[in-house]
Design a binder for this molecule. Structure first.
Ligand SMILES: C[S@@+](CC[C@H](N)C(=O)[O-])C[C@H]1O[C@@H](n2cnc3c(N)ncnc32)[C@H](O)[C@@H]1O
Length: 178
């Protein structure tokens, strides 16, 4: 992201637009395009963009990310230079691992050549996690694990599993340390 300052970022599952707001506030030449299927989240995102006077650099589209083409105007997608997806891709795991692969493959087909930065909560063994010394600063990973299992989204995946999903979808992995 440091190398991408000043670029146009497409945030998939942008929710209330918090990340994109930070993106444009910290990078005066940057622009953001947010996509979410929740009209209410986007209403709040637009309201926040207005409050911070960045409506000229942020736009939001209501659309469902899925295994088909993203229903966002081509004119907007053509300007996209990098793609982010934070805590959204796991949601397709309700329908199994291959469903996530299909979604990533479709995104790659529609947005070729772009880097995708995907954040997800990583799997953990609850007992080992809770027994750490010193204790973890917070127990968010356990909350997440419980809530996602109860809501049918399955258990969080390991980083290796996510890398396998991206590779199966035809992507290559950029080592964050490189
Ligand atoms: C856990 S929230 C994360 C929101 C935001 N990225 C963040 O990090 O705060 C997941 C978001 O993805 C959106 N979402 C889930 N499935 C989606 C889909 N198929 N297409 C578009 N948005 C989706 C939800 O409406 C929600 O806003």
């Amino acid at each position: 992201m440091r190398d991408a300052r000043g670029k146009v970022c497409l945030d998939l599952g942008c929710g209330t637009g918090d990340f994109l707001l930070q993106w444009v506030l910290q990078n005066p030449d940057a622009r953001g395009i947010g996509v979410d299927m929740s009209a209410e989240a986007l209403r709040q995102a637009r309201e926040t963009a207005e409050r911070w006077s960045v409506t000229d650099r942020l736009e939001f589209h209501e659309a469902a990310v899925g295994p088909g083409p993203l229903a966002v105007p081509e004119a907007a997608l053509d300007t996209v230079e990098l793609v982010t997806s934070m805590y959204m891709l796991h949601e397709f795991g309700r329908n199994g691992r291959e469903a996530i692969v299909d979604v990533v493959r479709a995104l790659k087909a529609q947005l070729p050549g772009r880097h995708l930065l995907a954040l997800e909560v990583e799997a953990c063994d609850p007992e080992e996690f809770a027994a750490q010394t010193p204790p973890p600063a917070h127990f968010g990973r356990l909350d997440y694990r419980l809530i996602h299992q109860l809501s049918g989204q399955g258990l969080p995946r390991s980083q290796a599993d996510w890398h396998g999903i991206f590779r199966d979808a035809g992507c290559s992995i950029v080592d964050p340390a490189s």
